[in-house]
Structure formats: C-alpha cells, structure tokens
Design a protein around this ligand. Structure first.
Ligand SMILES: Nc1ncnc2c1ncn2[C@@H]1O[C@H](COP(=O)(O)OP(=O)(O)O)[C@@H](O)[C@H]1O
Ligand SMILES: [Mg+2]
Length: 399
C-alpha cells in the first residue's frame, strides 16, 4: 500500500515535471534573444531537477572549442577565460560521445575537469550532463550541478534533462538562424546608403541645366559609390561563406617572405600616397595554409595599418617562430584604439566613430580576418595605445 502511494507521488512529480517542460518549451520557442533564452533554460534546469547550479557549454562552430556560454554559478568574465578540454573533462566526454553522463561523486571521478572549480571557487559534488543536439549534430552540453540536499540524480532526472536539452538545442539553433537574418537586415541597410547616393546622382545628371563642372563631380561620386557597393558585396559574400562553414581551405606550402613581399606590392601605391613606409623583419620559412585567404588577411591588416596611420607614418611587419606556430605582427604608428573600442574590434560593422568619418570601410574586414585565421587553427589579438599606434598579432600553426 505504502509503495503505491510513493509511486503515485512519483507519478505526480513526473506529470508536474512534464507540464513544466511543455510550458518552458513554449516560452523557449518565443525567445530569440540569445542571452535571455539561455537564462531561461538554466533556470528551468535548476528548478525542475532541483540542483544548486546549471550551465550550458557550446562548441564553437569555427574553432571546435568547448566553452561556457552561460552558468548560474560562474560570472561571465571567468566563463570567457575557461576553455574546457574535449579530452579530460566530463563535458568534453559528453560532447564527443553524444551521450548523457551522471557523476554521483566527482571526487571518485578522474575525468572531472578541476580547473573550473578552482577558477570560480565552487565545489562540484555531483553532476548530470546531456548533449545538446540538432539534426544529429552535437552543438554543446547542458549540465545540472549539485543535486540539492543529499539526493542523487535519478533515471527520471536523466530523462527530464534529455527532453529539456532537445528543446533547448532547437531554441538555440533558432536564435542562431535569427541572428543570421539580422545580419541580412543590416547588410541590406548598408547597401541602401550607396544605392540612395547613386539614385540621387543619376537624377541630378538628367537635369539639362546642370553645369559641366558639376557633372564631373557627380560622375566621380557615382564612381566612388559603385566602388563601395562592389567592396560591400564582395565582403558580405566572403563573410556569409565563412560563417556558413562551407568554406574549404586549400592548403599548400609556400615560402613566407616571398608571400609577404607579394602582398605588400599590391598596397605599395596606397602606402606611397600617404608617405608611409613598410619594413619587414623575419626569417625565411615555409608555411602551410590557404594562400589566397591568408593574403586576404595580410591585405586587410595592412590596409588598416595604412588607412588608420598618420601621414608619413610607419608600418612594421614582423614574424618569428614561436613553438609550433608562426607569430606575425602588423605594427602601425597610427591613432591607436581606445580600450573600450578594442573590445568591439571583431564585431560586424563596427567602426570607430572618429575614423569612420574620413575613411571608407565596411567594418567587416577584421571579422573576415578573424574567421580565416581561426579556420587555420590560429589566433588573432591586438595591442593598442591611443596616439601611439596599434599592433595586430596573429598566429598560424606550422603543421
Ligand atoms: N590599425 C588600426 N588602427 C586604428 N584603428 C583601426 C585599425 N584597424 C582597424 N581599426 C578600426 O577598426 C574598425 C574596423 O576595421 P575593419 O573591420 O577592417 O573595417 P573597415 O576598415 O572596413 O572599417 C575600423 O573602422 C577602424 O575604426
Ligand atoms: Mg579594414
């Protein structure tokens, strides 16, 4: 008899849980804002599974690294610094195997990645993690940490979290798709400005009373606006391709110095016009990479170093071997970038307001550059001091 009541209780809890899950799924599907979506998911996990904390880790589609996207017990700053290894962590195991995992006592678990607890001064006792998957692809891991009281994770918990995870994965994917359509909206907006300029110009040109010298001005304007359109569309296409993950790198081996000299030749006239000198310094070495794409990287960084330099400024391009990587830097003597603006440097369409006034650009060059470098397995970062200059650094693996 007593047993039946327990069953009934369990049944009631289960039904109540499913009711909550359905309610949450409905909420999730109506949230497209990434942050609040993730927030809702982890609140739901801690509430339904009755745990102290919950977290979501996502696999970076470009680098393949597993990183915390949100966690109820980790502050955003600490989260950014932690890369969870695919091998040597429970989350990594779940992501690679695509299966749930229950650890009732982490002290007995050699696979536990201790670095997280150390970084955030938190004590993980037990945890349950399940993969987040969309169309058979694992995009991350969702974890429930420390069951409240001295309870253990049950089979029902595994089921509940699995259902929540499948809802969460769809919602995360939807939000991603929505961000892409956001990008399309922004892109169309960017295209409209030069188009409006062109339209105004041709309307003026059609006036029979237009003085001849005005005519030349307008034709020059049309020329520069069409240039801008061409640049925009090329960059949009490049970026869309890189973001979709459809880009294949065509890796070949080539000698670095010659490659650099070749890239600089393209920009020589632009540099000379501003009286800017470019100095090279680095050993001869053979590297492997997509020559065309890496040229785009160099051209982007060097064009910036020219555009945002002062007249008669300098550019130093240095490279050296650093372990298994070649480390390159493009140093300029330009205006520099404030700490605040440095944080936004790799965001789409971001341009520093002061410089945007007197130079042409799209704010996509660095985004594309970062994509290409990371696709090669390298990293990019910058150092800058206002009024002194900027150094962009990047690495490329030698193998
Ligand atoms: N070397 C640099 N020195 C100073 N500011 C820079 C430098 N490189 C980039 N920036 C700033 O970053 C913004 C984004 O650069 P980028 O993505 O290449 O776009 P774009 O050059 O088309 O504006 C630029 O508009 C400029 O404000
Ligand atoms: Mg640029």
């Amino acid at each position: 008899m007593a047993l039946q009541i327990t069953d009934l209780n369990e049944m009631q809890i289960l039904v109540e849980n499913y009711r909550r899950i359905i309610e949450i799924s409905r909420q999730l599907n109506s949230t497209l804002e990434h942050r609040s979506l993730l927030q809702q998911i982890i609140s739901a996990v801690t509430e339904i599974l009755q745990t102290e904390a919950a977290s979501i880790l996502l696999i970076d589609p470009i680098t393949g690294e597993l990183k915390f996207e949100i966690a109820s017990n980790i502050n955003p700053h600490a989260m950014e610094t932690i890369i969870v290894p695919m091998e040597g962590s429970i989350a990594g195991w779940i992501a690679t195997h695509g299966e749930p995992r229950v650890i009732q006592d982490v002290t007995q678990e050699p696979g536990h990645f201790q670095a997280v607890d150390d970084t955030i001064a938190f004590k993980t006792r037990n945890l349950l993690g399940v993969p987040l998957r969309t169309h058979k692809k694992v995009i991350g891991v969702i974890q429930a940490v420390n069951k409240q009281g001295s309870e253990k994770f049950t089979e029902a918990d595994v089921n509940t979290l699995t259902i929540l995870a499948s809802q969460a994965a769809i919602a995360i994917e939807n939000a991603r798709l929505f961000r892409q359509s956001d990008f399309i909206a922004e892109m169309v907006h960017e295209l409209r400005t030069p188009l409006a300029g062109l339209k105004a110009s041709t309307t003026l040109l059609m006036r029979p009373t237009l003085p001849e010298e005005k005519r030349t001005d307008i034709i020059n304007l049309i020329q520069s606006e069409t240039d801008r359109l061409i640049r925009l569309t090329t960059e949009f296409l490049d970026l869309a391709q890189l973001e979709s993950g459809r880009t294949r790198l065509e890796i070949t081996k080539f000698e670095l110095t010659r490659f650099i000299e070749e890239s600089i030749e393209v920009l020589r006239p632009q540099a000379q016009e501003k009286g800017i000198s470019i100095e090279l310094e680095g050993p001869s070495m053979v590297v492997a990479g997509d020559r065309g794409k890496l040229k785009q990287v160099l051209l982007n960084l060097l064009t910036n170093a020219i555009k945002y330099n002062r007249p008669h400024g300098k550019i130093f391009l240095r490279w050296q071997l650093d372990g298994d990587f070649v480390h390159l830097q493009v140093v300029d003597t330009g205006y520099g970038i404030s700490k605040e603006n440095q944080k936004q440097m790799f965001q789409k369409f971001f341009r520093v307001a002061d410089t945007a006034g007197f130079t042409q650009g799209t704010g996509l060059g660095l985004v594309i550059t970062k994509h290409i470098i990371e696709a090669h397995g390298g990293e990019i970062w910058l150092e800058s001091e206002e009024g002194v200059g900027t150094s962009f650094h990047f690495t490329l693996p030698m193998k």
